[in-house]
Design a protein around this ligand. Structure first.
Ligand SMILES: Cc1ncc(COP(=O)(O)O)c(C=O)c1O
Length: 382
């Protein structure tokens, strides 16, 4: 399968999205999770058709979103979800905030596992809940895992919710069925709602297999999943995601969601997501093959040019979690790569205290840009 192409830098720099506007033009930006590939043709066509028809009113998501998502989930993950259980939400962030609110009372504890996607911290603050951390555990081989002992310790504080990240950003771990089953068991024992952020599920790379949390024994009774086409198809600015349930046990949480939520969806996001789920499969396969190439390329580049930097290649996502502790603590590596190398990366500490001395690099880009980025990072240390 041939790799998906990426436009030249001069063309990419014309994009007006956050990734391309955050830094001055001499910085190579590899931070926020946006990709540089062109849209899937089915998605572009759906968007063009909508604009040509001035079809830009309010989104009317159900039943179409649930049905398209159910077909996609069955085809990709063998997950038979009920289209009628799908609640459209504007994006995963809004979905998570509203689910935390619905599952908790002000001051309740909510558990997260750093290093983790920085807005997890912000969502807890926004909802007036109290953060309790059960950090991931790094094994001797460098791989990261859920730490079930720490989770149980945290759950003894009777938190209202645990926000699971599966696959886990930034470490790229795809939690396995046994870990997720043990998590569901703990959640049932301590009466904790699991809000499963599964936005990166379509981006599981060769070698790993995604297990939807709601499909493990006991998962449906304690969990609500948040999914979206937005990461895999680069639709973050269009605003469409979904909360999914699989048991009446969690209906009380869903019933407390604001009834106006589906009205806040983006119409273009909905239409693009329907096209992505129903017609984007071949493009997604090509994307995954491309990201697998980039993962291999980055592994070779790091070994050759940046031996001080260690990593454990991710099982999913286009995000590389790089251990730069040999370069410096806190956010010093990110500052050095930016100031001296002119490469924009996410600072490790944004993902929590275990991120001291780490950076996150986005490899959802072209071969040449990735090569140039590692060259610049090596030059910054030279
Ligand atoms: C784990 C995770 N959750 C949520 C989001 C954001 O999703 P949305 O743009 O739908 O709010 C991201 C974006 O990178 C992410 O990595």
């Amino acid at each position: 399968m041939t790799s998906l192409p990426v436009d030249d830098l001069a063309v990419l720099r014309r994009r007006r999205s956050a990734k391309w506007q955050t830094y001055p033009p001499d910085v190579l930006p590899l931070p926020v999770a946006e990709m540089d590939f062109a849209l899937a043709p089915a998605v572009s066509a759906a968007l063009r058709t909508a604009v040509d028809a001035s079809d830009t009113g309010y989104a009317f998501a159900q039943p179409a979103l649930g049905e398209a998502l159910a077909r996609f989930a069955a085809g990709r993950w063998d997950w038979q979800l009920d289209p009628g259980s799908v609640v459209p939400v504007p994006d995963v962030g809004v979905g998570a905030v509203e689910l935390i609110r619905a599952a908790s009372r002000s001051g309740d504890a909510v558990v997260i596992s750093p290093p983790v996607y920085p807005p997890f911290f912000a969502w807890i603050e926004e909802t007036g809940t109290r953060r309790v951390e059960a950090p991931l555990r790094q094994q001797a081989d460098g791989a990261w895992r859920l730490d079930l002992d720490r989770l149980e310790d945290a759950f003894t504080q009777r938190p209202a919710a645990y926000v699971l990240c599966n696959p886990h950003n930034p470490v790229g771990r795809v939690h396995d069925r046994d870990e997720l089953t043990a998590l569901a068991d703990l959640a049932a024992r301590y009466d904790v709602t699991v809000i499963a952020d599964e936005i990166h599920a379509p981006l599981v790379l060769p070698g790993a297999r995604f297990t939807p949390f709601l499909t493990v024994p006991g998962g449906a009774e304690v969990g609500i999943s948040l999914v979206s086409a937005s990461k895999a198809f680069n639709l973050a600015g269009l605003k469409c995601a979904a909360a999914v349930t699989a048991s009446p046990a969690v209906t009380p949480v869903i019933d407390r969601l604001p009834p106006t939520l589906p009205w806040r969806l983006g119409q273009l996001g909905l239409l693009a997501s329907l096209a992505a789920f129903d017609e984007g499969g071949d493009w997604l396969d090509a994307l995954i093959a491309t990201l697998d190439d980039r993962r291999r390329q980055l592994d070779a580049l790091l070994a050759e040019r940046l031996p001080q930097v260690r990593w454990s290649p991710p099982e999913a996502t286009y995000l590389a979690w790089l251990d730069c502790r040999a370069v410096g603590d806190d956010n010093r590596p990110r500052e050095l790569f930016l100031e001296k190398g002119r490469v924009g990366l996410e600072p490790g500490l944004s993902f929590g205290t275990p991120g001291s001395g780490w950076v996150r690099l986005n490899f959802g880009t072209g071969e040449q840009i990735l090569d140039e980025a590692v060259n610049r990072m090596a030059a910054a240390l030279g």
